[in-house]
Design a protein around this ligand. Structure first.
Ligand code: PGA
Length: 247
């Protein structure tokens, strides 16, 4: 059985998932104008970000005192590469909501000293205080951030070898699978779990098994998202397809 603290909102489709997530995030930003937001990349949050931009343009919700920390970044892609998460965030969100660039943080995937970069990034998150609201997608293998199955539940920001299944899932954005980086820097599961509130989004049947395990499965490092059962304030917004194995 899911833990009582895990709120589950089942919606019709991707668009409704995006609108509901935007409602929650905008409410947070309006209530706490200097909130720290944890942000994700991938196909899942694109619709949410579109809703945030629309709202910013029509109602003027302000992000000028908001700070953001992103979950992860590929190792080895220049910042300006079209597939870097830096470029993704600028194009899909940051360039459109009036947030000061110096308030946005993404691990540096181009550094020469990765261990130092992991420490630097973890320190940034700590110096901002707790993340008020962390947005998560989920991999079909249950990863959160790039914490692949087997990642420690207490991990801090670290370097991860991407699973072949993850590289294949992300190959759609690259010319070929050979161009998909083999490693990334990711917040650890332990880092993510320190967030005050977590909002996990999932859409589509490819996520159904991972969502079933996240809600009903054993809590195991083999399914990183299963640890969310122990978080005090987590909401899942899942569409019918992603929820299809839970009914
Ligand atoms: P997706 O990726 O949003 O592109 O499906 C999610 C993830 O791998 O965490």
């Amino acid at each position: 059985m899911p833990q009582d603290n895990m709120k589950i909102i089942v919606v019709e489709d991707y668009n409704e998932m995006s609108r509901k997530a935007a409602e929650i995030l905008i409410k947070k930003v309006q209530e706490k104008q200097n909130a720290v937001l944890g942000l994700a990349t991938g196909s899942t949050p694109v619709g949410l970000y579109e809703e945030l931009i629309k709202d910013h343009q029509t109602t003027g919700t302000s992000y000028k005192d908001i700070h953001t920390v992103n979950l992860d970044e590929y190792i080895g892609l220049p910042k300006e590469d079209k597939n870097s998460y830096y470029t993704f965030m600028c194009e899909h969100l940051f360039n459109h909501i009036g947030i000061p660039a110096e308030h946005t943080h993404i691990p540096n995937g181009e550094t020469k000293d990765f261990l130092e970069e992991c420490d630097r990034y973890e320190n940034i998150i700590e110096s901002l205080g707790q993340v008020d609201l962390q947005i998560l997608g989920i991999g079909s293998n249950g990863h959160i951030g790039f914490n692949e199955p087997g990642s420690s539940f207490t991990g801090k920001t670290h370097i991860i070898d991407l699973k072949e299944s993850t590289r294949q899932a992300n190959a759609r954005f690259f010319e070929s699978i050979d161009e998909v980086p083999k490693q990334a820097i990711t917040m650890g599961v332990g880092t993510i779990m320190k967030s005050k509130e977590i909002l996990l989004l999932a859409s589509g049947t490819a996520k159904a098994e991972a969502i079933h395990g996240t809600i009903h499965g054993e809590i195991t490092e083999e399914l990183p998202a299963s640890i969310l059962q122990t978080h005090p304030n987590v909401t899942l917004i899942v569409d019918k397809d992603a929820y299809s194995l839970c009914e």
